[in-house]
Design a protein around this ligand. Structure first.
Ligand code: NAP
Length: 289
């Protein structure tokens, strides 16, 4: 059992921190910018809350975080009340935010200077994966702290892999998002075409999902896509943040991402339609306007 802090009790962080307590049996301290959420968490799970990231990180073996973007991460780590000022020697900071590889490298270097460790560890599996404790975690950083952190992460993950050097977890997550972007557009076009063609959609998906067109998106999203329901899941705003990170990294490493760039623009149109919080499967809404 370890002493663990969790910073950021959002859609993902709230249930992840819960698993650290209920499944991991750890001594958990939580911090959330909006304090009411931290109070609710403590009422539900026990443990304690702290008023700042710095206070939460004091005396912990591990500090996990899951906040919005690079700026938010910088604030909870290096900000005036940031966690890094309180990290003990040998402690491990595990960041589950989907952020850039650059900030991961920057924070890894800052941690090294301070005598502690930093692991970038973005996740895949969405809200349901967090709630059910079955996330996929892609890590970047050093092997020794990873081996220790992996045992703690296990409370909410079914797979956790060290991809390589600092930033590698974020690079792996970028690949994950690049693969999803084009796929969702393809699925949206297929379903749109099927409706126009007058096919029985359930019969169609029951058949083609057994073949080469099968995907997680097809199995888990086709019904809501056909019904035009998008008020759940992984928000378009978050996807645009993620694709922005991918496109920016591609400008540096020379990768060509024509479909990703196009789908990013489609998502901008979904935002303009009022779909900022809609699930990413809402690409079909553009075809059916
Ligand atoms: P969310 O529900 O919006 O939660 C964000 C959390 O970060 C909240 O606790 C928020 O605090 C906190 N936060 C944001 N900015 C902050 C700041 N400057 N200082 C301190 N705290 C701050 O987001 P989420 O869906 O949990 O996603 C979190 C991260 O996981 C994102 O990077 C996202 O891309 C990634 N992710 C999400 C999913 C998904 O399906 N949702 C899947 C994979 C990865 P408040 O409560 O005060 O706002």
């Amino acid at each position: 059992m370890a002493k663990v802090a969790f910073l950021g009790l959002g859609v993902m962080g709230y249930p992840m921190a819960g698993h650290l307590k209920t499944k991991g049996g750890h001594e958990v301290t939580v911090y959330n910018r909006t304090a009411a959420k931290a109070e609710k968490w403590v009422r539900q799970f026990g443990g304690r809350s702290a008023p700042t990231p710095r206070a939460a990180a004091q005396g912990q073996d591990f500090v996990m975080a899951c906040v919005g973007n690079d700026d938010d991460l910088r604030q909870v780590t290096l900000g005036p009340e940031g966690a890094f000022a309180a990290m003990g020697k040998g402690a491990v900071f595990v960041d589950h935010t989907t952020a850039s590889a650059e900030i991961a490298r920057e924070l890894h270097a800052a941690a090294e200077k301070g005598g502690f460790h930093f692991i970038d560890a973005p996740v895949s599996g969405g809200q349901a994966g967090a709630e059910n404790g079955v996330l996929t975690v892609m890590c970047g950083g050093d092997a020794e702290p990873f081996v220790r952190a992996e045992k703690v992460i296990a409370a909410y993950a079914r797979a956790c892999t060290l991809m390589g050097a600092p930033g590698s977890g974020q690079l792996a997550k970028m690949v994950n998002q690049i693969c999803i972007a084009g796929l969702v557009q393809g699925l949206a076009e297929g379903l749109h075409f099927a409706k126009k063609a007058g096919l029985d959609i359930d019969k169609l998906i029951a058949t083609i999902s057994k073949g080469a067109a099968q995907s997680w998106q097809m199995e888990n999203r086709y019904q809501t896509m056909v019904a035009g329901k998008f008020d759940f899941g992984f928000a378009v705003d978050w996807m645009r943040k993620d694709l922005g990170i991918c496109l920016s990294e591609a400008r540096k490493n020379g990768a060509r991402l024509p479909v990703t760039a196009l789908v990013d623009q489609f998502y901008a149109q979904v935002q303009a339609m009022g779909g900022r919080r809609w699930d990413t499967s809402s690409l079909i809404a553009l075809l059916e306007r």
